[in-house]
Structures are given as structure tokens and as C-alpha cells.
Design a protein around this ligand. Structure first.
Ligand SMILES: C[S@@+](CC[C@H](N)C(=O)[O-])C[C@H]1O[C@@H](n2cnc3c(N)ncnc32)[C@H](O)[C@@H]1O
Length: 212
């Protein structure tokens, strides 16, 4: 049995897409847009949302709204997912893909500018960090301030395309990004501050519950 066999089995049995999720994934035809989470990641996020009774989520990095649709499906009727996307083309695709979902609010803009403005609506129950890797440290700083005690901070791509544990140069990964991702993982792994683990998903997903 290979990793792909396992992944396919999990997708088929536990992580079937809704029609809206499938349509959102298929709407991303540009090769540069093939960077959404995977269905099993979406289902895992839903389980976390149910287990931790999450009602409010801030997502950094919307793309076409695929992960937002997965997460919003797990929120209660009065829940809200606010998701930030700075690329106008992608934000427009996401608005179209999520137009029937009242629990998703898309903010078009740079997360570094939008997040401080969002703080007034917090604290939030969960942050899903899935945008530019060079800013992960800043996103974690924001989440540490604005996610409530016992809330969740999730970082996707925590393997940094398999560069995080390597020492030499890795194609298309900047050394600064590797330093930042290692620092983020070290911060989340602090047992005094978080109950956390880096899960071996395709991209690596760091999952942390805040203890302070
Ligand atoms: C990996 S994709 C997000 C995928 C999405 N979460 C999903 O799984 O469906 C990262 C997105 O973050 C956006 N992004 C990158 N830097 C950003 C920033 N500083 N502010 C807002 N969005 C940003 C990119 O344009 C891209 O669409």
C-alpha cells in the first residue's frame, strides 16, 4: 500500500465533496491556482470545528474559496468565517463560488493591513493560516493576540514543500521562508503555550490549541 492508496481511500470514504466544493475546485483552472487544501484536509478542519465548538474563524488566504466552503459547512447557523485574499482575480472567483453561503465573508486586501482592523471584532475561535509563507511569523503574532484561550491556530504548508527539515538549497524555497516556518513550528510546539502537533498531511498541517 502506498501513500496515494491511503489518501485515495480516505478521500473516498471520509471526505466526499459537496457539489459546491467540487464546483469551487473545478473553477480553478489556472495551473498557478492548484494550491487549495485537499478534501481530507477540509474534512479534518470540519472535525476540529465541531470538536472545539468553533463559531468564528479567520482564514488568511482565500484563493477560490475551497477551504472556506469546507469550514463554513461545519459552522453553526450563527457562525462566521472571515477570509482574506489580496489577489482581485482570485477574490472574484471566491465571491462567485461562495455566493450562496451566508456564513462566509470575503475581505479583499493584504492580510497584513486587514488583520489589525479585524482585531476589533475578536477574539475569534480559530485562525486558519494559508497565505504567503514569508509572513507566517506575523500571522502567528496576530493569532496569538486575537484567538481566544482554548481556541485553535492552524497553519497549512508547515512542511514548506519538504524544505523545513532539509539543510541545503531546495528548489523555489527561499532560505528566509525556511527560517520563518521552522520558527513558527518551534513556537507552536511549545507545550507551555499550546497543545499542538504537526500532522503529516500532504503539505503538513500544524494544529495548535492555545493554552493562554
Ligand atoms: C494556498 S492559497 C489559499 C488556498 C485556500 N486556503 C484553499 O485551500 O482553498 C494562498 C492564497 O493566499 C493569497 N495571499 C498571499 N499573500 C497574501 C496576503 N498578504 N494577503 C492576503 N492574501 C494573500 C494568495 O493570493 C493565494 O490565493
Amino acid at each position: 500500500m502506498t501513500f496515494t492508496d491511503r489518501r485515495d481511500y480516505i478521500r473516498q470514504t471520509y471526505a466526499t465533496e459537496t457539489a459546491a466544493q467540487k464546483k469551487a475546485r473545478e473553477s480553478l483552472t489556472d495551473p498557478n491556482d492548484q494550491i487549495s487544501i485537499h478534501p481530507e484536509d477540509g474534512r479534518f478542519l470540519q472535525c476540529l470545528i465541531h470538536l472545539a465548538k468553533v463559531k468564528t474563524i479567520v482564514e488568511i488566504g482565500t484563493l477560490g474559496g475551497y477551504s472556506a466552503l469546507w469550514m463554513a459547512d461545519a459552522l453553526p447557523d450563527d457562525g462566521l468565517l472571515t477570509t482574506i485574499e489580496y489577489d482581485p482575480r482570485r477574490a472574484a472567483i471566491a465571491r462567485d463560488n461562495t455566493k450562496h453561503e451566508k456564513k462566509i465573508k470575503i475581505i479583499e486586501g493584504d492580510a497584513l493591513t486587514v488583520l489589525p482592523q479585524l482585531s476589533q471584532d475578536g477574539p475569534f475561535d480559530m485562525a486558519f493560516i494559508d497565505a504567503d509563507k514569508l509572513q507566517y511569523g506575523h500571522y502567528l503574532d496576530w493569532a496569538e493576540e486575537n484567538i481566544r484561550k482554548d481556541g485553535l491556530i492552524i497553519c497549512d504548508n508547515a512542511f514548506l514543500f519538504d524544505a523545513v527539515w532539509k539543510d541545503g538549497p531546495v528548489d523555489r524555497v527561499r532560505e528566509t521562508a525556511r527560517r520563518i516556518m521552522r520558527d513558527v513550528n518551534t513556537r507552536l510546539a511549545d507545550p507551555e503555550k499550546y497543545h499542538a502537533i504537526l500532522l503529516p498531511t500532504v503539505e503538513g498541517m500544524a494544529v495548535a490549541q492555545k493554552r493562554f
